[in-house]
Design a protein around this ligand. Structure first.
Ligand SMILES: *[C@@H]1O[C@H](CO)[C@@H](O)[C@H](O)[C@H]1NC(C)=O
Ligand SMILES: *[C@@H]1O[C@H](CO)[C@@H](O)[C@H](O)[C@H]1NC(C)=O
Length: 399
């Protein structure tokens, strides 16, 4: 089950040989280093000019066969001439507008049941990110495996694609699902945090459907995955806070998967930003992953898809729970309600002498596929001052 030689920068592991080979190949093409958000070494890194790291989250493309696959839930006048190619066009538009440092596809990337060849569908779905030389990572949803590839097959394909930072699973442990991995984002080159992960991204396989006869409905994040998550988080936190230059609090963590947790039902319109236009399609039991995230202590937000016409963020026990809203035109939606993507922009703190340090704030907004590529629901998800920083003692020292 282990993912030998995967291109993944996990905690406490040396850079795998496969990554070096990929980087050598990329360097030969002379283009990989051109992207501002990832250094010439191919690592994910905050930008030197702005001290930012920006992610575009793409949820539920439901890509199938391209031009011959029609659109769902678009106004009657727009049905003709609408296909998966509209999803492709939206990807290019949002990437050009946002110039992200990383693209994250959070599952149901393809709609397996309507795809003739799952690998080809996935290649076509992801193509704009590769074409634009953007680093990208993906998890799988509940529809990716309904075509010619199994869940393992789909995830292996995603791991092997160009510029993919996706991973299959951690090495050396038995774990449920496919596509449980983490990525580290380093501080700005030339600063004291250049060799440290100042932002941690966790990716999990939230499964597809229950395999327990007495439990109906969708899958869930299993205990084995939660143990891996907790160990990874605590190892990253130890490294960040105990190794020089020692940091006083953990680097923020962001978590990405497909199916909502039952806790996404904790909100009403008074305490979320965005809309809720359908029920929360979580598993019918609670496997405890929300509690695992709260206990870990470093997670500031979790980003999912699955329910295409919900696009809100709400905060529960210090963690922002965020939908992206549906992206793809072959996915169900709501006619007249634009397809959309979520943007997550992380900003570093600058010291009085102008050096970039750790993360100061995490912001988000959505981009709509309307004529103006409108930006909506801009909000701060987390601020270092608000619930991250330790209280100062009266004498100014940290308690
Ligand atoms: C799909 O793309 C075509 C070609 O660019 C365009 O004319 C049409 O309006 C798009 N449909 C939707 C629903 O965006
Ligand atoms: C959101 O508001 C509703 C209605 O006031 C309340 O019942 C619920 O507990 C609130 N949820 C959170 C997470 O604060």
């Amino acid at each position: 089950m282990g993912g030998g030689g995967l291109r993944r920068r996990g905690a406490d592991r040396p850079v795998p040989l496969a990554l070096l080979l990929v980087l050598v190949a990329a360097a030969g093409k002379g283009k990989q280093g051109a992207h501002a958000g990832s250094s010439s070494s191919g690592r994910l890194q905050f930008r030197r000019d702005s001290g930012t790291f920006k992610v575009v989250q793409v949820a539920d493309m439901h890509y199938a066969d391209g031009r011959t696959t029609g659109c769902e839930d678009v106004p009657p006048s727009q049905v003709a001439g609408c296909s998966d190619l509209n999803t492709t066009a939206f990807l290019y538009r949002v990437f050009r507008a946002e110039d992200p440092d990383l693209v994250i596809f959070t599952g149901d990337n393809i709609y397996g049941a309507d795809s003739t060849d799952a690998a080809k569908s996935m290649d076509a779905a992801i193509a704009p990110a590769i074409d634009m030389k953007l680093p990208w990572a993906a998890v799988i949803g509940n529809h990716d495996q309904e075509g010619t590839l199994s869940r393992e097959g789909v995830m292996r394909h995603l791991v092997g694609m160009k510029n993919s930072l996706s991973g299959l699973n951690p090495e050396g442990v038995e774990i449920d699902g496919y596509g449980n991995y983490n990525l580290e984002v380093s501080g700005v080159e030339g600063t004291s945090l250049a060799e440290k992960s100042v932002l941690n991204l966790y990716f999990l396989d939230s499964g597809d459907y229950s395999t327990v006869p007495s439990i109906k409905g969708y899958g869930w994040i299993k205990a084995s995955q939660q143990v891996w998550f907790q160990q990874t988080s605590s190892s990253l936190q130890r490294k960040y806070m105990n190794e020089n230059p020692k940091q006083k609090e953990p680097a923020p963590g962001l978590v990405f998967f497909h199916i909502p947790l039952p806790e996404f039902s904790s909100f009403t319109a008074v305490n979320f930003t965005g809309v809720k236009q359908e029920g929360i399609s979580s598993a019918s039991i609670n496997s405890g992953f929300f509690a695992s995230m709260v206990e870990a202590g470093d997670v500031r937000a979790a980003f999912i898809g699955h329910d295409h016409i919900n696009d809100f963020c709400g905060k529960l026990s210090g963690i922002q729970l965020c939908y992206a809203g549906g992206f793809g035109y072959h996915a169900y939606g709501k006619a007249g309600w634009s397809r959309r993507a979520r943007v997550v922009s992380v900003q570093l703190e600058k010291t009085y002498n102008g050096e970039w340090r750790g993360v100061k704030s995490i912001k988000t907004w959505k981009r709509l596929d309307d004529p103006h590529l409108s930006t909506i629901d801009s909000e701060v998800l987390w601020n270092r001052g608000s619930n991250g920083r330790r209280k100062k003692n009266p004498d100014g020292s940290n308690s």
